[in-house]
Ligand binder design. Sequence first.
Ligand code: NAD
Length: 498
Amino acid sequence: MTILSTSTAATVTLRAHTVRTGLYIDGEWRSTPSTFPVVNPANGEILAEMADGGEADARSALEAAVAAQDDWRAWGPRARANLFHRAHALLMERAETIAEIMVLESGKPLAEARSEFQLSADFFLWYAEQIAHLHGTYASGSTGGYRVVATHQPVGPSLLITPWNFPLLMIARKAGAALAAGCTVITKSAKETPLTSAVFVEALHDAGFPPGVVNLIHTRSSARISSTIMADPRLRKVSFTGSTGVGSTLLEQAAKNITNASMELGGDGPFVVLEDADIDLAVGQAIICKFRNAGQACVAANRIIVHSSIAEEFTRKFVEATRALRVGDGFDAVDMGPVISSDQRDRLGRLVGDLVESGAELLVGGREIAGPGYFYEPTVLKITAPDPALANEELFAPVATIYTVDSTEEAIRFANDTGYGLAAYLFTEDISSAIVASERLEFGMVGINRGIMADPAAPFGGIKASGLGREGGHDGIYEFLEPKYLAITVDETTGTKR
Ligand code: NAD
C-alpha cells in the first residue's frame, strides 16, 4: 500500500488499484485541510486517509448540484440513457477493482463483494432501462372544455446518505434512481467505507456525467454535513439508508422545508419455519440470511421462529452448519469476514452476555476471535423465554436466536410483534399457507422458501419503523419524480369548424 498524500488527499494505491481520496464537487476532486483514516477490519491497518469534508464543502456541493439541476433535467431521455450505459460499461470493466476495494474496507468475503458488485451494476442498468420508458397520461377534463395531461418531473437536488454494510449497492441503487429521474445528487458516504463510493463516482465522472450532477462528500461529522444541507430549502429530496434513529432525525429536519424524504431503515426480520417446511432448504437459507455480511444486514434473519414439531431437527442442523462456517480475511477461502469495527465486536460481547443472562442457551460460538482484526464466532442461541427488551433488538451481528412456537397462528403473531416491518421469511411446502400467512405478515417484503430477496425488478423497502418508500422495481425511480399536471383549455368545436 502506498499513501501518496495524506493532507492533500489525492490518491491511494491499494492492491494495485488507485483510488481518489478527495471530495468530488462540481466535477473536481478536492482536498481538505484534515483527513480521517479508513481501517481494514480484517487486520486493523489503516488503508487510506480520506478528505474530511466540513460545512463549507457541504454548501459548495449543494451549490454545484443546484447550478447543474436545470441543464441535467433538460437532457433528453435517450442521451441520458446512453450516458448511463457508458457508465455501466465502465463499472463492468472495473468490477474486480471495486469488489477488492469493498473487501478491504468492509471485510466481506470476496465472493460476497463480487455478488454485491453484480447486483449494484444490475440496479444501475435497470434504471438506465427505465429512463426512456417514463410515460404520462392524457384524458379529457371531467366537465369538458379542457384536457388533463399528467406527467412527471425530477424532484430536484437530492441528498443521498448511505451506510457501510453494502458500500456499493446502497449508493448505486440510490444514485441510479435519482440520476435516471433527472435529479442532481450529493452523496454522503459512510466514514467506514468511503473508498467504494469514490471508485463508483469516478466511473460516473469518466463516463461523462457533467460537473455538478454528481457530488461526493466524505466526512467524519455526518450530522454537521447533513444538517447544513438539509437546512437549505433548495435541497428538495433526502434519501437515507441507515438506522431508524438517524432516519427519524432526518425526517424532523425534512419537516422544516417540507423536503421530500425516502427512508430505508432498520429491521427485525422474522425467519418463520412452519411444520411442513423443507428443513434442509430452510437451514441452508437461514445460514445465508443470518451470516451473510457477518449478519450486518437490515434484511438479516433477526428472529428464527420454528414450529416445535421440527425445532429439534432444524436446530441441530443449523448449529452444525454454523459450526462449519470458516471465518477470516475476506481474501482467503472463508464464509464470513470480520465485523466492521472493534466497537461493533465489543457490542456483540455485551449483547451475547445479556442474552445468556436473560436465560438464552448458548449452542455454538459466543466468543470473539483473537485479532488482529475484529472477528467474532458465528453464534447460535436458543431462546425459551423471550426477554421483551432483547427480543426485538436489531442484532446486526453474526448472532442467531432461535425461538419455538406451537402453531402457525402463534408464529405470525410473534413475527408481527415488532415495531419494524422490513423483511420477513416464510418456509412451508403448502402454497396456500404461504400465500395466506405472507399476506398477514406486516412487512414490506416476504421471502417464501428463500432467504435472499434483493432484485432490481423488485420494490425493496419496509413499513412501520423500517421506512418510507421503495428502491428498485417500477416504484424506485418515482421516489425522485413528482407528478405534474397540465390543464389545457380547448375549444371543443375547433376541430369541426375548419
Ligand atoms: P447509521 O444510521 O449510524 O449510519 C448510516 C449513515 O448515516 C452513515 O452514512 C452515517 O455516517 C450517517 N449518519 C450517522 N449519524 C447521522 C446524523 N446524525 N445525521 C446524518 N447522517 C448521519 O447506520 P449504520 O450503523 O451505518 O447502518 C446500520 C443500520 O442501517 C441498521 O439499522 C440497518 O438495518 C440499516 N440499513 C437499512 C437498510 C435498508 O435498506 N432498509 C440497508 C442497510 C442498512
